[in-house]
Design a protein around this ligand. Structure first.
Ligand code: PEP
Length: 249
């Protein structure tokens, strides 16, 4: 009942030409796959050209961030409606790199999530604990705080436009994946928490992605877990072949 979603976060990689070349190479490799929702998230400068390149294909596009105001004197920011205008259907919000390097907080995640949804984007809201937090047994507390803060005040009806990505910070870009059981344990916790906060129906329909060194050789084990509904992929999404192998798991 929950369609798997596999999203590729290209981070700060690739020129416009390289981005277009990557989706051009990816298109035929995933063309037959109607069972997975496929999303790529290029850098801002490549959005329009990638949008043109994926027209008519089964690939969708996300921004890697957004601002919460629609317009105004906010130098350097990009509003959700402008991202929609550039061809995005999704926005990644609250990635751990934004939390770590750019002062993103649960409050800004909340504002951005509400603004993205209001503009008609699907918000991919990222949560995850650091290594120190896991080692001091605070994983569930951290996730609970992030989810309560990030999704505060969001109406039940809006959840059709929300996806949560669980990304343990210690597994991002490190080659260390959470084991299938470790990931499933947190995903189940998130689903129960969402059921408690927003109702069982919302929780049952909510897609929860896993992110953190997902590769073609570990995606299958993760995807067979009952509460894992897809993946947010960094490094392995930068090559068409490996991203396609993950999409076609
Ligand atoms: C990410 O950027 O969200 C990510 C999970 O990266 P990687 O797959 O490289 O760990």
């Amino acid at each position: 009942m929950r369609k798997p979603l596999i999203a590729g976060n290209w981070k700060l990689f690739k020129t416009i030409a390289e981005s277009v070349a990557l989706v051009d190479e990816l298109k035929p490799l995933v063309a037959g796959n109607q069972s997975v929702e496929i999303v790529v998230a290029p850098v801002f400068t490549a959005l329009c050209r990638v949008s043109n390149a994926i027209k008519g294909s089964n690939i969708n596009m996300a921004s890697q961030d957004c601002y919460w105001e629609e317009e105004g004197a906010f130098t350097g920011e990009v509003a959700p409606k402008l991202l929609k205008d550039a061809g995005c259907s999704h926005a990644i919000i609250g990635h751990s790199e934004r939390r770590q390097y750019f002062g993103e907080t649960d409050l800004t995640v909340n504002k951005k999530t509400k603004a993205a949804i209001a503009a008609g984007l699907c918000a991919i809201v990222c949560v995850g604990e650091s290594l120190a937090e896991r080692e001091s047994d605070r994983t569930f507390n951290v996730i609970e705080t992030q989810i309560k803060g990030g999704l505060d005040g969001i109406a039940e009806e809006a959840f059709s436009k929300i996806v949560i990505a669980y990304e343990p910070v210690w597994a991002i870009g490190t080659g260390k994946t959470a084991s299938d059981a470790q990931a499933q344990e947190v995903h189940a916790f998130i689903r129960q928490l969402v059921a408690r906060l927003f109702g069982q129906e919302v929780a049952d329909a909510l897609r929860i992605l896993y992110g953190g060194s997902v590769k073609p050789d570990n995606v299958k084990g993760l995807m067979t877990q009952p509460d894992i509904d897809g993946a947010l992929v960094g490094g392995a999404s930068l090559k068409a072949e490996s991203f396609a192998a993950i999409v076609n798991f």
